[in-house]
Every structure is written in C-alpha cells, then in structure tokens.
Design a protein around this ligand. Sequence first.
Ligand SMILES: Nc1ncnc2c1ncn2[C@@H]1O[C@H](COP(=O)(O)OP(=O)(O)OP(=O)(O)O)[C@@H](O)[C@H]1O
Ligand SMILES: [Mg+2]
Length: 282
Amino acid sequence: MVSTSSLVKQAGNDEAGATVGARIEFRNVTRRFAGKGGAAPVVAAQNVSLSIRDGEVVSLIGPSGCGKSTLLNMGSGLYLPSEGEVFVNGARVTGPNPQVAFMLQKDLLLPWRSIRENVELGLHIRGMEARQRRDRAIALMQRFHLKGFEDHYPHQLSGGMRQRAAMARTLAVEPTVLLMDEPFSALDAQTKMVLQQDLAMTLAEEKKTTLFITHDLVEAITLSDRVLVMSKRPGTIIEEIIVEIPGREDPMVRRRDSRIAAYVSRLMELLHIDDLVSSDAI
Ligand SMILES: Nc1ncnc2c1ncn2[C@@H]1O[C@H](COP(=O)(O)OP(=O)(O)OP(=O)(O)O)[C@@H](O)[C@H]1O
Ligand SMILES: [Mg+2]
C-alpha cells in the first residue's frame, strides 16, 4: 500500500556532474563537526544522496540530532560538505545562493521594522526600487492573510501571523528552491493546519521546489510528494516513501483521507516510535 522507490534516480549528468532535471541534489554528502576537547568528530550526516525535481515537495524526517538541519544548511551554502557535493540548478553549491531561500522555526523578523518592511527586506538588499518592492510585499501579504497589518510591528502579531509574514518574506525574493526547517513546529495545532494549507496552495500555484523538515508525521505526508526518512546519527536516508494520496495542494483533503493511517504507521515503524515509548531516551 505504501510505495517506496530507489533513492537515487538513474538519470544523465550534466557537465558539473549534477543529475539533469534536479533543482537541488545532494550527492554522497557527509558532514563532520570537530569533537569538543579532543573528542571524536560528530558525523552529522553520512553519505546522503537525494535529488528533487522542479516543483516537487519533499519532506525529511528523522530522529533529533540525525543531521536534518545540517543538510539544509549545506543546501543553502551556509556549511560545506566534508565529503560529497550539493548542486542547485545544476551548479555546485560553494556558498550562499540567492536562488535558495531558508525558513526556520523562529520567524527572525526584525522588531524595529514594520511587517511590510520585513517582507521587503530581501528585495531591499537586492536593490529593488521602493515602489516595486512595496507592491510585491503588499500582494504577498494579501495572499498570506495579512492585509491591514502592513504597518504593525512583529510584537503586535500572533505567532501564526508572524510565521505568515516570514513565509511572505521568504517567497518575496522569488527563490527557485525553498528550504524549510520545522517552520510550523512552534505553532498550536489548529494554526498549524491553516498555515499548512496556505503554504501548500502557494507551493502548488508557484511550482516551488521545496525541501521541508518536520517531526510531524501527518504534516510530512499531507504536504509532500515524497517523504525521506533518516536513521539516527550518523544520519543517512533509510527509506523514501512516495505519497500516492491525491491533493498535495490541499492538505485538508489529504488529512481526511483514510490512506493517511498506513503512511503514519510505516513512518512510526521506521522511526521506532514504539521502542521509544518504553525507553527513557526521550
Ligand atoms: N555548527 C555545529 N558545530 C558542531 N556540531 C554541530 C553543528 N551543527 C550541528 N552539529 C551537530 O550535528 C548533529 C546534527 O545536528 P542537526 O542540527 O543537523 O540535527 P537535526 O536532525 O536537525 O536535529 P533536530 O531534529 O533536533 O533539529 C548534532 O549532534 C549537532 O550537535
Ligand atoms: Mg534541526
């Protein structure tokens, strides 16, 4: 019932060595961090290969500390791999890349700028003319239900509204690849469902390629075309699950689909959730 497939697709390579058609690709990537005080190095991610096609949404799940954020940091060019290569749009990642946008659990809005000015931030940095960036920010704020809050400051908004503003800011720079690191994990369950809906519709409409980290199994299944499951550290990908429930653009529909249970059950098995219940590891 739950399908899996080979992790690395057999496709041609371009001149730089990237898989043709992949928007973002990790090829045999390992990342080590120096151990503290002479301790052995920490291997955060080990021999990870994954490839995401244009417009695909892929979720990454795995135990805490297995290297998920480290992988995203390498996708954005903040960290470089110890071994292996990362490609974005066919070019090897050697540093931060304007085609890649990052969204985190913390909204990181600047408290001294209004919501509109926060949404405009990336456009401002890129030198876009004031009128044009204002128009784009206002349109995005409408899309994310923030109309009327343009001149508010971050402290005047709820957590959900601040994450909406962070989504608008992330999309304002028109990235081709979105990297999202637990963007909704600090929100209450109902606000989260609403924001998932907004995000899914936007990703489908704008055909954004997305790598999404979450610990929420239902969130991974409802938002994604595929879910990649990582082992505990040193984290490596142990399974790829293709979500064959229709309606990726409408997570509410997927959430109500009876097939969800089989996917959740498979993910629980892979993550050994039952074993955790009887251990004191958490
Ligand atoms: N800059 C760093 N310096 C040293 N060690 C690091 C650094 N970044 C991450 N690590 C280590 O790498 C491992 C993986 O961390 P990472 O943040 O990628 O995990 P994660 O899968 O995102 O976990 P979580 O689900 O808790 O967010 C951890 O042991 C962490 O301590
Ligand atoms: Mg993390």
